[in-house]
Ligand binder design. Structure first.
Ligand code: AHR
Length: 502
């Protein structure tokens, strides 16, 4: 039986990979902020005495070269008064917190977040409260962050020790406003009308900001309605999807097929909205929440601390393959979230460990930058694609047409980039099959000379259930060099990035 063949041609460029697809998200939720990235009373010497930021968390996040971080929610933002989180800490009010039914101390707020971003070397992205918040609050926040005028909130920022504006470029108009769990849920038409007016006003205050509209999954009627109305006044349409394993490996790793299909649909909705509004501007997708998350296994109210295994790492690698393949339309993607909450890193007061999902993320952000290539994977037998009926219902719904299903649910899942600076092709390959190894030919295009040696970075372990814990990374990246002979044996349930000089 012949195996799938991977065809990679450096000449077949889709678009540049936008580094912002490797962005993060920190919400006031569970132990993401408090006890995660911020722990001023840490007894083990792990907090910077001046800022209270966890230095070990900072170091590991730096390894992930995160270009942008979204804050402060998520659902949290929909009842958040940003004004509570600035100024002298002893004067900041404690408030009831309605998203995760908690109390908010407000000891970490806007200025702390910006300082943290600057130290991390990342761009801040703030989400506005469209639940309990007013347009006046939103304008006040933009003024506080970005204004250099002699006006109230700009002066308040100066008084709080920040002479220079924070220059926050990215602002989004609410979070999941469509969701029944959201404080201030709205109908699509109502949201679109309100968000339109907000966008107009925000731009009057600061014409340089980039505005992100609140979309749904990318394939909902909400997305169509919102895009049609907001296309003229926003820069990005946001979508959120989490994939769920339902306890089955195949379901877990094929989940990102739903995201790929959703992106294709959103792209068409964007085109339609641009035609309807007679626009030629840039309008792209900000996929600002994505990950593997089973909210029954790890409920939000309990801090959503998922313990990820190898199967989840392969799902995350498949997610990232989707974003690289969709480089022409997905310009920002934020893994939800960055610390403790459904996160690639888990902390305790004594330290932290890297979850299985950290490793593919680390490989992608470090290696999968450059021009995204239009890879072709042959699927010689129907068995090489997973179109079984146990695919989660949302994937099934989105991939019912046969060509889509076969294309999006191949066991061998691939993306590739050409890094012109390094003159390297890098190919990210997930073998999503639980048991089957594949000896795959990798063909590099007619004009491409491949040297005798290639580098491979592999994430693999005996069992799909293997996971990491403090002091023990069972699942991690192993680096190897090998003599290139035209084919590579993909172990069952493995992820690897190939690095080839061309
Ligand atoms: O990331 C966890 C939560 O998931 C976010 O707060 C919300 O936006 C989504 O429902």
């Amino acid at each position: 039986m012949s195996a799938p063949t991977i065809l990679v041609d450096p000449a077949r460029v889709i678009d540049d990979v936008d580094p912002r697809i490797y962005s993060g998200f920190t919400e006031h939720m569970g132990r993401c902020i408090y006890g995660g990235l911020y722990e001023p009373d840490n007894q083990h010497g792990l907090a910077d005495p001046k800022t209270g930021f966890r230095t070990d968390v900072m170091d590991v996040l730096k390894e992930l070269k995160i270009p942008l971080v979204r804050y402060p929610g998520g659902n949290f933002v929909s009842s958040y008064r940003w004004q509570d989180g600035i100024g002298p800490k002893e004067l900041r009010p404690r408030r009831p917190e309605l998203a995760w039914l908690n109390e908010e101390s407000n000891q970490f707020g806007t200025d702390e977040f910006i300082d943290w971003c600057r130290e991390l070397g990342t761009e801040p992205y703030l989400c506005l409260n469209m639940g309990t918040g007013t347009l006046e609050d939103a304008l006040g926040w933009v003024e506080y962050c970005n204004s250099s005028a002699n006006t109230y909130y700009a002066n308040l920022r100066r008084k709080n020790g920040h002479e220079q504006p924070h220059n926050v470029k990215y602002w989004s108009l609410g979070n999941e406003v469509w969701g029944p769990w959201q404080v201030g849920q709205m109908e699509s038409q109502d949201y679109a009308k309100k968000a339109y007016q907000w966008a107009k006003a925000l731009r009057l205050l600061d014409a340089s900001i980039k505005i992100i509209a609140c979309g749904e999954t990318g394939y909902a009627d909400w997305d169509r309605v919102v895009l049609k109305k907001l296309a003229p006044v926003v820069d990005y349409h946001s979508i959120h999807i989490y994939t769920v394993s339902e306890g089955k490996h195949e379901v877990n790793v094929m989940g990102p097929a739903a995201a790929e299909k959703a992106i294709n649909i959103t792209k068409s909705l964007i085109d339609l909205a641009k035609i309807e509004n007679d626009l030629s501007k840039d309008l792209t997708i900000c996929f600002d929440e994505w990950n593997v998350w089973d909210p029954v296994r790890a409920p939000g109210e309990d801090g959503a601390e998922e313990k990820y295994d190898l199967s989840d790492a392969l799902a995350v690698a498949s997610w990232l393959n989707v974003f690289v393949r969709k480089a022409d339309v997905v310009k920002i993607a934020c893994i939800a979230q960055s610390v403790n909450v459904i996160s690639p890193i888990i902390t305790s007061p004594e330290g932290l460990f890297r979850q299985t999902t950290y490793y593919p993320l680390h490989l992608f952000t470090n290696l999968m930058r450059g021009a995204s290539l239009d890879v072709y994977v042959t699927t010689p037998t129907p068995d090489d694609a997973y179109t079984g009926t146990t695919v989660p219902s949302f994937v099934q719904k989105l991939t019912t047409t046969a060509p889509d299903a076969e294309k999006l649910t191949k066991f061998v899942d691939v993306s590739a980039v050409f890094d012109a600076q390094a003159s390297e092709v890098r190919v990210a390959i997930v073998n999503r099959h639980a048991e089957k190894a594949y000896e795959v030919p990798i063909k590099f295009g007619a004009d491409t000379k491949v040297p005798g040696e290639v580098k491979v970075y592999e994430v693999w372990s005996e069992s799909l259930k293997d996971s990491n814990t403090f002091g023990q990374d069972k699942v991690k990246t192993v680096e190897k060099s090998l003599k290139w002979e035209g084919t590579y044996e993909l172990k069952a349930h493995s992820f690897q990035v190939f690095k080839v000089e061309v």
